[in-house]
Design a protein around this ligand. Structure first.
Ligand SMILES: C[S@@+](CC[C@H](N)C(=O)[O-])C[C@H]1O[C@@H](n2cnc3c(N)ncnc32)[C@H](O)[C@@H]1O
Length: 229
């Protein structure tokens, strides 16, 4: 038996008991293997766009005697996965923009029965905005620190309601209500990136002013004593 790192553990914590899982961009396949070894799920599809990672997943699946419970599929996103194969879909370790493209071209994800567990490595703000404006509800979001880096994982499902998405929400979601040190660290990391971005803007423009206001708000939040972080 092996253990998952904090990032994949957090993804695993969002997976429903007894569900069927699709792990998109599975690479080594550790997430579905761990979930099956821990009897949390019944069945999984482990998908990857590249043959080499899929082979590594296959070898690991064989090593743990799970070939009858985890199917490996060569697939660009969910293109080669059918709606009845998975109710919980994990997309972890990929860029936020790629995750958006993969969700957008998979119509069968647009039902409340499917749970999306999303862990973007970059451009999380693009993903949050897409979800809000395209009828997906982010019901939960959590953060963790793994190997010194800050990560967020979102749980989302489709309910057809288009929600407004402020620039602030796109960057930190509802993490301003999360008083954990991990959430504070995430917001701090986002704010530092925004400060760098601001240096590329021309002082006095509308873009500059609105980014500056966002940074001030986040700085205030980070320094807030009431937050008891
Ligand atoms: C950094 S690894 C993440 C592995 C694992 N999900 C994790 O979080 O540890 C990204 C994986 O996504 C795969 N990938 C990239 N684009 C993909 C796509 N369009 N469809 C499926 N898999 C993709 C890559 O081949 C790679 O194996």
């Amino acid at each position: 038996m092996f253990s998952l790192d904090e990032r994949l553990s957090l993804c695993a914590s969002f997976v429903r008991e007894g569900t069927s899982l699709a792990d998109i961009g599975t690479d080594h396949g550790y997430l579905p293997i761990w979930l099956l070894l821990n009897e949390k799920i019944e069945y999984a599809v482990a998908a990857d766009i590249r043959r080499a990672p899929l082979e590594s997943a296959r070898a690991n699946i064989e090593k743990y005697n799970l070939t009858d419970r985890i199917k490996t599929v060569l697939s660009d996103g969910l293109d080669n996965i059918k709606a009845d194969q998975a109710d919980d879909i994990v997309m972890a370790g990929m860029g936020g923009e790629l995750i958006v493209r993969l969700i957008d071209r998979t119509p069968w994800l647009r039902t409340s029965k499917k749970n999306l567990i999303l862990q973007p490595m970059t451009r999380a703000e693009v993903l949050r905005k897409y979800l809000c404006l395209n009828g997906f509800w982010i019901s939960e979001e959590k953060t963790c620190i793994s190997c010194g880096k800050s990560y967020c994982v979102m749980l989302a499902s489709y309910d057809g309601t288009v929600r407004p998405c402020s620039v602030r929400y796109s960057y930190i979601g509802s993490l301003d209500k999360d008083k954990s040190p991990e959430a504070k660290r995430y917001i701090y990391t986002v704010n530092e990136k925004l400060k760098k971005k601001l240096r590329g803007y021309t002082n006095g423009t509308d873009e500059y002013d609105s980014l500056k206001a966002l940074i001030s708000g986040l700085t205030e939040l980070i320094n807030s004593e009431e937050s008891k972080w």
